[in-house]
Design a binder for this molecule. Structure first.
Ligand SMILES: NC(=O)c1ccc[n+]([C@@H]2O[C@H](COP(=O)([O-])OP(=O)(O)OC[C@H]3O[C@@H](n4cnc5c(N)ncnc54)[C@H](O)[C@@H]3O)[C@@H](O)[C@H]2O)c1
Length: 252
């Protein structure tokens, strides 16, 4: 699913540029995966491309949106409109990808009644009723840890079945509710690990610059990784993992 979301992002950029047809190699390279894996992923969506021609950008975009349930559109309520919440609430990109920011909630009387974009922040006391009324399908939690479980309970009681939390505290939810936690520090730790590993590999390779060049090329998405993750010389390739290149930001 994460890879499908990545393909969708790339297809969106291609569509914006007016590209009508894309080859599996081009799409795979721009998405940071091997073309065989991309073709296999897309084969699960049914027949898509035309051999020797490529994929119709708009049609594939619609197929993936349908598979990810994005064609139905989602209404999002966000709770905790502080530093992070305000940035998320003001981001126009969600709308373009089918997520409408429908309601903002906070507990701080100084914030309640103020506006972010075209939405007025409401008091969290009204969250349960308002989320139901707004037809919210996704709840985003950007409160301090201590408040996260209480906010999550309110969202669940309002009928929200998908919760995205930026708080680091684990959340208890009923089985029918899906929770994803985002932790950017985990991503930075993964980057740190790969950076240390690539330095070590460069040293093993005798301090040659080849490894660094490969790393930069891989990071820029210009080269798909080899099938076995090794360089032509047989040493492990100093490229980031697929999860890193694909921009996973989900905490375990
Ligand atoms: N996961 C990440 O990568 C990441 C990155 C940055 C911040 N965070 C986390 O995101 C959260 C928000 O960070 P921030 O810097 O925006 O904090 P902040 O203090 O600026 O904002 C928190 C907001 O939550 C509100 N709030 C507190 N209790 C509430 C409640 N019960 N109901 C509704 N609103 C309530 C506060 O009034 C405030 O407006 C924190 O938990 C922080 O640790 C996570």
């Amino acid at each position: 699913m994460t890879r499908l979301a990545t393909y969708l992002r790339v297809l969106g950029m291609l569509a914006d540029e007016g590209t009508l047809i894309v080859s599996s190699e081009e799409l795979a390279t721009a998405s940071g995966v091997g073309s065989a894996k991309l073709r296999k992923d897309l084969s699960f969506l049914g027949p898509n491309g035309v051999r020797g021609v490529g994929y119709d950008v708009l049609r594939l975009q619609a197929r993936i949106e349908n598979a990810l349930g994005l064609d139905r559109g989602h209404r999002v309520v966000l709770v905790g409109v502080g530093n992070l919440g305000r940035a998320l609430a003001g981001y126009a990109g969600f709308d373009r990808r089918g997520f409408t920011m429908a309601g903002l909630f906070d507990a701080d009387p100084a914030r309640v009644g103020t506006r972010v974009g075209n939405l007025t922040i409401r008091h969290v006391d009204g969250l349960e009723a308002a989320a139901r009324e707004l037809g919210a399908t996704i709840g985003v939690i950007a409160t301090p840890d201590a408040a996260a479980q209480g906010v999550c309970d309110l969202l669940v009681r309002s009928g929200v079945r998908s919760v995205l939390s930026f708080a680091s505290a684990p959340l208890a939810v009923p089985d029918h509710v899906e929770v994803r936690r985002v932790d950017l520090s985990v991503e930075m730790q993964v980057l740190s690990f790969h950076s240390a590993r690539n330095d070590a590999l460069a040293q093993v390779a005798g301090g040659s610059h080849a490894g660094l060049t490969d790393t930069r090329r891989a990071a820029s998405g210009l080269t798909a990784p080899s099938a076995n993750g090794h360089t032509a010389s047989g040493t492990p390739s100093p490229v980031a993992s697929a999860a890193t290149r694909n921009g996973s930001v989900i905490a375990p």
